[in-house]
Design a protein around this ligand. Structure first.
Ligand code: ADP
Length: 258
């Protein structure tokens, strides 16, 4: 693959060393691929039956009019836990999929203003929050439309989760240094400086107590980062505690020459 060591005019010992190195590298990536495949299979196998369990619990809760307080609470707790776990499994599945070097990204020119407007509408409908959209430059990005949506949904979801109802959320589309920019801005709780470099790690959450999200797992931003980088882009965060956060996506505007 990319990291392969190639030493054409080196002494034979060095060549042998390079060969060993390359062999280790390919074993390592095979092992990684197997692990990824395993996580993906297990998540899938668990998610399916658990979704059925959740469906039945919800249906009993909806239909039963004569539950006593204990039964109601027990069913509600069971349903909430099942729901949380189904979402964790979906996140693990998404991450395993995004992580694969075999993942195919369907890259095409996408009008960012359209995608952003669509997601702003959707969020307003589902969360009742007001989303401001500012198109500074009407720019095309070369991305996988569905994956970009998944990225933005995750970021907007966080902006909603980690800010109060009356704090505005803003989506900005811009163009700078021949690249497309999308920013997701909130004026919520913010992220302490020492955590900012770690929030993109798997399962990393800032202060469990503070994270009032019902049911997050700390996988969302790991998925976001993997997807964005898979499309040839990058993501950074700027944030201040109690003032808010700005997540900045930098996306390619033209296909890279091969
Ligand atoms: P989750 O939200 O499920 O915990 P994420 O991977 O999406 O997981 O985020 C990781 C952590 O980063 C969160 O637990 C939260 O502490 C912090 N974070 C993410 N987005 C924001 C935001 N917009 N404002 C404040 N904190 C955030």
């Amino acid at each position: 693959s990319k990291a392969k060591l190639q030493l054409r005019s080196a002494p034979s010992e060095v060549k042998a060393l390079a060969q060993t190195f390359n062999m280790m590298l390919s074993r390592l990536s095979e092992a990684w691929e197997q692990q990824r495949q395993f996580v993906s299979n297990v998540s899938h196998e668990l998610r399916t039956p658990l979704t059925v369990v959740l469906g039945y619990l919800q249906s009993i809760l909806r239909r039963s009019t004569n539950l006593n307080a204990y039964q109601k609470e027990a069913l509600e707790t069971a349903a909430a836990e099942a729901d949380r776990t189904v979402r964790l499994l979906q996140d693990l599945l998404d991450l395993a999929r995004a992580d694969s070097s075999y993942t195919h990204y369907h890259l095409e020119p996408v009008i960012l203003a359209d995608v952003v407007a669509e997601l702003a509408d959707m969020t307003e409908k589902f969360s009742d929050r007001l989303i401001r959209v500012e198109i500074r430059e009407p720019v095309l990005a070369i991305v996988d439309r569905d994956r970009l949506k998944q990225v933005l949904i995750n970021l907007i979801d966080n902006a909603v989760k980690y800010s109060d109802f009356d704090q505005p959320i803003e989506l900005i589309v811009d163009y700078a240094q021949q690249q497309a920019i999308v920013q997701v801005c909130d004026q919520g709780v913010g992220i302490p400086l020492q955590d900012q470099s770690r929030i993109f790690e798997r399962f990393y959450r800032v202060d469990e107590a503070r994270a009032r999200s019902a049911g997050g797992h700390g996988l969302g931003l790991a998925i976001v980062k993997t997807l964005v980088e898979g499309m040839g882009g990058s993501i950074t965060v700027r944030s201040k505690l109690d003032e808010g956060s700005v997540f900045t996506l930098v996306l390619p505007t033209q296909a890279k020459p091969l």
